[in-house]
Design a protein around this ligand. Structure first.
Ligand code: AMP
Length: 588
């Protein structure tokens, strides 16, 4: 496929503000691809060359890209820098220089998708002496043969600044439309994606084996499964009712989630966001080899730091220090982790996810040999609200976060937030003291004494997974320190876009729109009805947060699709005691 076609589609996507149009534009591009190159398209669209779990990133800094541009067009670095200052986007600088280079088309071969992808793959995986020069050469090589429009995107890809506003669900929907003729097949593709968390793999499989192949996807050891997520409830009574009078309840540990794969003596450890973190947890790897009695297995648990002397758990702020790239051995010694295993999804060739929780749990308990690092999460079977309350209280007394109730009959539902798991935390006991994880979609320039910071507040949104869009719920202007505001502005300016991104649904107009990328945790006093926000829109009004304040800086462990969902927001709204009394049956 010619890269020109790809660049032209990118341009069209950039000017699209409707999601459905985004999907049909993407679908017609996908129709031009085949089984040999569809994965290349999918990865490049996301500014990648391989799925995130591989850790393979193109990542080139601005300086290197400037160098490649200078080399490709035979100009000085200082000239590239000057143009960058003027235009504010290296993609546009390359486009400009390419258009000035006369007669280029006479000499150059048209670029193909394959060549662009392969060069980026080489850039991402280059290593050893002379690596910097090699990367610059590979990029310059593409730019020399690129048309001006191609050059714009070839430069934006390694900088991670494509900003096309396309999420996983949109890609799946476009694939369904392109190959199966109906967007609704997204569900089948999503199911496959939830097992293998690799959009390129799913796309290739669809092109090679059709719907049949997609429906037969199974988990693969070494490739992370997208995690099951928990719903929330406002009372233990509600939990018991939803569970039908009987359920399991497990302690909810406040650490970080790890998905562990083992095949023979090879171990992989993935974070909740499915990054490969094996190298960061040598102690867990060792424990898996010693304590897990299976040849091939995929299981999950929550890791939490604990004080070996007192046997007490450390707070999250300490546990999180174990997520680090340097000083790993020292940290492992200082803050040993315990891994509380809570589910098993695959064992010796068998996909266990369709099995009911009760059976999976039994299998899990048999897998773990006694030892000091890994143990099954604490669990009871509850048959009454009192059982739940006693267990919840005993967990909280011991400094745990709360409990997670689990439906005994439910399968493991990868990649989705379902009622099979319901969390009930300490903080949920009082009115709206639970926090929301919200995606920043724009910012307001500071006024008054905020003017010097350049930013006065951010417009934030919840996620609507069904439509794969973000709907606004608040303007957050407090909770950040001055320093954080400055830092935030820097981060946001890098992902600023000229107009409302197509996946954002908003009635508000911030001074600067940004690509939905960063998530912050927000606390508010109350959720109220408001005509200004689009989340939970009932035809007349949406829902808004009253007195919102940030309680975290940008969350590194959460992507935009991990944000609080619209459905959760509606639930939180309904669970406010006065709403239940005043409005009775409301519109939801
Ligand atoms: P939350 O992050 O508040 O949505 O709560 C769900 C998270 O709780 C999961 O993603 C896990 O990281 C964590 N967790 C702690 N203990 C358990 C448990 N026993 N079962 C499932 N998840 C748990």
């Amino acid at each position: 496929m010619e890269f020109r076609t790809v660049a032209e589609t990118f341009k069209k996507l950039e000017s699209t503000s409707e999601r459905l149009e985004l999907i049909s534009t993407l679908a017609s591009l996908f129709q031009k691809a085949d089984a040999s190159n569809i994965h290349m398209l999918i990865y490049l669209l996301q500014g990648r060359v391989a799925p995130p779990y591989t850790g393979i990133e193109i990542g080139m800094g601005e300086k290197l890209v400037e160098e490649a541009i200078a080399r490709a067009y035979g100009v000085d670095r200082s000239e590239v820098e000057r143009l960058y200052k003027e235009m504010g986007d290296l993609g546009l600088v390359a486009e400009h220089l390419a258009s000035q280079k006369k007669q280029m088309t006479l000499f150059s071969e048209p670029l193909t998708l394959e060549r662009v992808y392969n060069n980026f793959y080489k850039i991402a995986t280059a290593s050893g002496p002379g690596v910097v020069d090699k990367k610059v050469r590979l990029l310059a090589d593409l730019l020399k043969d690129a048309t001006p429009l191609e050059a714009r995107y070839i430069v934006r890809i390694p900088l991670g600044r494509l900003r096309l506003g396309i999420g996983d669900a949109t890609i799946l929907e476009a694939l369904a439309l392109a190959k199966l003729g109906d967007r609704r097949y997204r569900e089948d593709l999503e199911r496959a994606y939830n097992y293998v968390s690799d959009l390129g793999y799913v796309a290739r499989l669809l092109y090679e084996k059709g719907l049949e192949g997609i429906r037969n996807v199974q988990p693969v050891v070494g490739i992370p499964i997208r995690p099951a997520l928990a719903q929330r409830a406002s009372s233990l009574e509600e939990i018991m009712q939803r569970m039908g009078g009987e359920c399991a309840a497990e302690a909810k540990y406040d650490g970080f989630r790890l998905q562990i794969h083992k095949k023979g003596d090879k171990v992989w450890i993935f974070s909740r966001r499915l990054e490969n973190m094996t190298g960061q947890f040598p102690d867990i790897t060792k424990a898996v080899l010693e304590q897990i009695d299976a040849d091939e297995v995929i299981f999950e648990g929550e890791a939490i730091a604990y004080n070996e002397e007192t046997g007490e758990f450390y707070p999250f702020q300490i546990t999180i220090q174990r997520k680090r790239k340097h000083g790993i051995d020292k940290a492992a010694e200082e803050y040993p982790l315990k891994l509380f295993a809570f589910d098993v999804m695959y064992l010796n060739g068998e996909n266990l996810t369709p099995k009911p929780y009760a059976q999976r749990r039994e299998i899990l308990e048999k897998l773990i040999k006694p030892g000091k690092t890994i143990e099954p999460s604490e669990k009871i079977i509850a048959r009454s609200v009192k059982d739940l309350r006693d267990f919840f209280e005993s967990c909280v007394e011991r400094g745990l976060e709360g409990i997670i109730a689990k439906d005994l009959k439910s399968p493991y539902i990868a990649g989705a937030r379902k009622w099979a798991w319901i969390k009930y935390k300490r903080t949920m006991k009082s009115q709206l003291s639970d926090t929301l994880d919200l995606v920043i979609v724009g910012y307001y320039k500071g006024r008054g004494n905020r003017a010097k910071l350049g930013i006065g507040g951010v417009l934030v949104a919840v996620y609507d997974p069904k439509n794969d869009v973000f709907k606004t719920v608040a303007k957050v202007g407090s909770g950040f320190t001055e320093e954080q505001f400055v830092q935030l502005k820097e981060l946001l300016d890098k992902i600023a876009v000229p107009k409302k991104p197509p996946r954002v649904i908003s009635k508000m107009e911030p001074d600067v729109w940004v690509e939905p990328k960063y998530v912050i945790t927000v606390l508010a006093d109350e959720i109220t009805r408001s005509p200004n926000h689009t989340a939970g829109w009932d035809g007349e009004r949406g829902l808004a947060l009253r007195f919102p304040r940030a309680v975290s800086f940008v969350r590194e462990d959460k992507g935009p699709e991990d944000a609080t969902t619209e459905e959760e927001l509606i639930q939180m709204y309904r669970q406010q005691p006065h709403v239940r009394v005043e409005e009775g049956e409301d519109n939801y």
